[in-house]
Each structure stands twice: as C-alpha cells, then as structure tokens.
Design a protein around this ligand. Structure first.
Ligand SMILES: NC(=O)c1ccc[n+]([C@@H]2O[C@H](COP(=O)([O-])OP(=O)(O)OC[C@H]3O[C@@H](n4cnc5c(N)ncnc54)[C@H](OP(=O)(O)O)[C@@H]3O)[C@@H](O)[C@H]2O)c1
Length: 313
C-alpha cells in the first residue's frame, strides 16, 4: 500500500471512530449546559453552519441561528423548530457594523448575553484549480475582519459561568502557516505571525492589508503567499493567528469569567462554498465545532483542531 492509500485508510478509520463517538451520549455530570445556555451561530442558514445549529440544539442548547438574509434564515429556523428544537432567529451580516450592533443589542435584551459563539460565516470564490483574486477584498473582509468584528463585539456579552464561555471559529487547513504545500514562503512574514508572544492585532491586520494592496497593484503573485486559493487561505490563516492572539489575551480573565477560543478545519465539505465538490458531509463537518463548544472540562484555548484532534497551525 502506498503513502496516499495509507493516508486514505487512516482518514476513513478516523471517520468511523468519530461516527461511533457521536453515538455516545454526554452523561449528566458532563453536561455543563442546559436550555438556558445560548449559542450563536453565524451564517447558519445553510451548509456547515446550519448543521452546527442543528446539532447544538439537538444537545439541548438554545441556538440563535443567524443569517444575513432574513427570509432564508427564517426558513432554516422553521425546519429546526418543526423538529422540536429550541432555535431562534436574528438577522446578522458580520461585515455590516450596524447589523452587528443591532444584533448585540437584541441578544443582550433578549437573553442577557451568550455562552457560545460559533464563527462560521465565510465566503470563497475559487473552485477546482482556479486561483483568482478578483474577490480578494470581500474574502478578507468577510472571513477575517468580519469574524474579528464578531469576536470583539460579543466578548463583552459572554456570560460568566463556572464552565467558561466558548468561541469556535471554522477555518481551514489551507490557512496553515507552515504547510509545505500552501504555507507562506516569506520567512519574515511567517515568523511574525508564528510567534504568539509578540503577535498583535496590528501584525495580522497589516499582513492582510499588505496582501490587498499587492492585489490592487498586481504584485501579489511574487510575494510568497499561499498559492492555492490565496485570498481564502490567507483569510483563514489570519483567523487562526487571531485565535492564538485572543487566547493569550483572554487567558488573563479570572475564574468564573473564562472564555476559551479555538478554531478547526471541517475538511473538504460538500457545500455551496466548494461547489459541492467536497467529500465530507455537512453533518460530519459540524462535529468538531459542536464537540469543542460542548467540551466538558474545557481548559483548551488557542488551539487548532480537525476531526476532534489537535493539529499544528
Ligand atoms: N466547505 C468546505 O470545504 C470548508 C472547508 C473549510 C472551511 N470551511 C468554512 O466553513 C464555513 C461554512 O462554509 P460552508 O462550506 O458551509 O459554505 P456555505 O454553504 O457557502 O455557507 C456559508 C455561509 O456563510 C454565510 N455568509 C457569507 N458571508 C456572510 C456575511 N457577511 N454575514 C453573514 N453570513 C455570511 C452565507 O450566507 P448566504 O447564504 O447569505 O451567502 C452562508 O450561510 C465557512 O467559514 C468556510 O470558509 C468550509
């Protein structure tokens, strides 16, 4: 059996292990949550986000399913409510600061805050072997700056609890810093993003803005950025870096006010974002987000996961 076949076999084995793990119910002492626990999922009208909302609600959490388009979001909520699940809807466009503010006011007024935030909303405009940067601005603005908006706006509303509040962002292995296939080959840029002790929001923002400037002046191709889905990969790399940075900052919070933040790759998933080209179902893809959000003794923060296992950034 060659290397490729062995990797395929390992993947299939892990897939089967996870489908077994998913059948094991949480015991009463593991269930730190109840129907009073509020989870917000962004971009949840379809795809992985819809499944995350579905699975969290199936575990007994109250889910706020959000969507930038009200009509499709309400339809999605209806489907889950008809299945007897506790799901509410609110409009939310993560790049529209007014929409984010209206949402924050509503969540505070309605629930007094939230306990779980799943940053799932995201866009991609490349398929197959394409690597166009035509929509780079939208990709970086949505996937990185939009996700950052949400984290910053909702942290003050995360409710204190002994179990700690949780933030999970859906990112991608395409955004791995040290990937041999798709990493950043500019050593100084890579080192700046790698060193979590010196990492800052400014470093991440400047890296994204530098890329966008190079897209505008046509020089981006020679700058050593990831070469597969460059804009998308960079946007996810930025969220991964921001996760590590925020974990370092949030670490300071006292017991009872802890917030744990992690990110994960759902695999290559059959959704609109891949043109339905993936080989993982949205149900399977949602699993690690739900597992991370509900971890019973949650002391994990600033880590990157795939298939319920930690992986390297
Ligand atoms: N599919 C994969 O293989 C894969 C792999 C790695 C990571 N991911 C990540 O998984 C997440 C979900 O993707 P998916 O595969 O489920 O794709 P999808 O079906 O296209 O879902 C993306 C969702 O994000 C929403 N969205 C986009 N821009 C938004 C904005 N500004 N504000 C609020 N919502 C917005 C979309 O809303 P509309 O319906 O209004 O467009 C849609 O609900 C994304 O972050 C993606 O990058 C996916």
């Amino acid at each position: 059996m060659d290397k490729k076949e062995k990797a395929k076999e390992r993947k299939e084995q892990r897939r089967q292990e996870i489908s077994l793990l998913r059948t094991i119910p949480y015991s009463d002492h593991q269930r730190w949550w109840s129907s009073d626990t509020i989870a917000v999922v962004t971009g949840a009208n379809r795809g992985i986000g819809f499944e995350i909302a579905h699975q969290l609600a199936s575990h007994g959490v109250t889910v706020v399913l959000t969507s930038r388009e009200t009509a499709v979001g309400e339809e999605a909520v209806k489907v889950l409510q008809e299945g007897g699940l506790n799901v509410a809807f609110h409009q939310l466009d993560i790049v529209d600061l007014e929409s984010v503010q209206v949402f924050c006011d509503w969540i505070k007024e309605t629930y007094g805050g939230l306990d779980i935030l799943i940053n799932n909303a995201g866009v991609n405009f490349n398929y197959g072997k394409e690597n166009s940067v035509e929509f780079a601005e939208t990709v970086i603005q949505t996937n990185y700056f939009g996700t950052k908006n949400m984290i910053n706006a909702l942290i003050p509303l995360m409710r204190p609890s002994p179990a700690g509040a949780r933030i999970v962002s859906v990112t991608s292995r395409l955004g791995r810093l040290n990937s041999k296939r798709n990493g950043i080959s500019n050593v100084s840029v890579r080192q700046q993003l790698e060193d979590v002790d010196t990492l800052s929001e400014e470093v991440i923002d400047n890296t994204m803005n530098k890329f966008l400037e190079q897209v505008k002046d046509g020089t981006w191709e020679s700058e050593g950025w990831p070469h597969v889905f460059t804009d998308y990969s960079l946007s996810k790399l930025a969220v991964n870096a921001y996760t590590r940075l925020m974990a370092r900052i949030l670490e300071e919070r006292p017991e009872g006010h802890k917030i744990y933040i992690n990110c994960y790759c759902p695999g290559w998933v059959k959704t609109a974002l891949t043109g339905w080209a993936g080989h993982v179902s949205p149900e399977e893809a949602a699993d690690t987000a739900v597992w991370l959000a509900l971890l019973p003794d949650q002391f994990v923060s600033g880590k990157f996961f795939a298939e319920r296992r930690e992986i390297n950034f």
